[in-house]
Design a protein around this ligand. Sequence first.
Ligand SMILES: Nc1ncnc2c1ncn2[C@@H]1O[C@H](COP(=O)(O)OP(=O)(O)O)[C@@H](O)[C@H]1O
Ligand SMILES: [Mg+2]
Length: 383
Amino acid sequence: MNTLLDRKRQYEADCEAAIKSGRKKEAIIAAARAAELAFKLAEKTEGTVSQRYIEDAEGWLEIGERIKAKGFDQVRGKRQEAKGASDLKPKTSNLKPEEAEGPEESEWLVGEKPNMTFDKICGMVEAKQAIMEMVVYPLMQPEKSEALGLNPGGGVLLYGPPGNGKTLLGKAIAGELDCPFFYASGASIRSKWHGESEQRLSKLLKSAQACDVAVLFLDEVEGLLPKRGGSSQVDNRIVTQFLADVGGFEESRNTLLILGATNKPWDIDEAVFRTGRFDEKIYICPPDEPARTGILAMELAGVSYDEALRVDEWAARLDGFSGSDIVGIMKSAKRISLGRAIREDSDAVLTVNDIEAALKKIPSSITEKMLKEYARFQEQRFN
Ligand SMILES: Nc1ncnc2c1ncn2[C@@H]1O[C@H](COP(=O)(O)OP(=O)(O)O)[C@@H](O)[C@H]1O
Ligand SMILES: [Mg+2]
């Protein structure tokens, strides 16, 4: 595996090559990635080394913004300046490259396009349709939306009980759209960056703004933008900063789509809803029967199972379970089946009894009380 530093250098080289051959979008994305890796390196290092990585990262963000605003000519000079800074290696002799390795890549993705598409998500027919109309079509065909006076971009909040495909849907949207996808999870920003969360979120918003079109997915957004007014200074600062940054975007020309996902929409600061961001809200409910059938079929694809195991019966039995409960039950059943096949030295075949046994271990994670809370939230907030 490459070290962070190697990867950062690769993006720098990619950016330079893209600038040379006039590929603007790729140059902006590569600059954003170089910046992000520089931030990661800053986090892994200390003192002046860390400080220099931060300056380096800021240099790359600036390069991205310049490419976007002014084209390439003004950037080339700046690139030379930045190169001196970006060539820095960790100066402390006791720091090995592998110590700069970042394991939590998935928590802080910049501009990556996830390998997920709508057809891998079962059910959710209405939510997918709404997303296509609100988000995907306007961004795919901006001229046509403009002709109809529709403004692409904006914000959508996906909310509902955990494990029913909100994150999956966010990733599929990016997979469907040919544009950079910025992903941040509230919990990881908060826990990783402590007192600096608001600056980090702000930087992320700015990287997204450097692209002509971008999707910013804020997962677990209630952890990022919680109600202000409490004793937490960080909470107050981060929400205020977010509102200020988003206010700035309203005037900018780029198309930024902000998607938020949350299990606890009632914990989000109300001013966030008033910005015009998250003006659309989609409830992501537990899978209905066709969706449960689809999830089961996906889990059974290529699996040898007993003919007494009927997908339609199990789809009916698993009413009230979340999508991730169902996936978990099937995984557990397969392990039970494997254990038996090994013990008995027999063929591995999944049976009804294996699923029954797994079901005893994995109860539904969704309660009536939970569903009522969402219903109450819908009534109070949106009507
Ligand atoms: N509609 C669905 N179709 C396919 N898989 C699903 C669906 N809903 C949930 N899952 C499964 O559950 C897992 C968790 O879903 P996730 O998107 O993380 O839920 P959420 O973000 O709503 O908590 C997914 O990785 C997938 O395996
Ligand atoms: Mg999620």
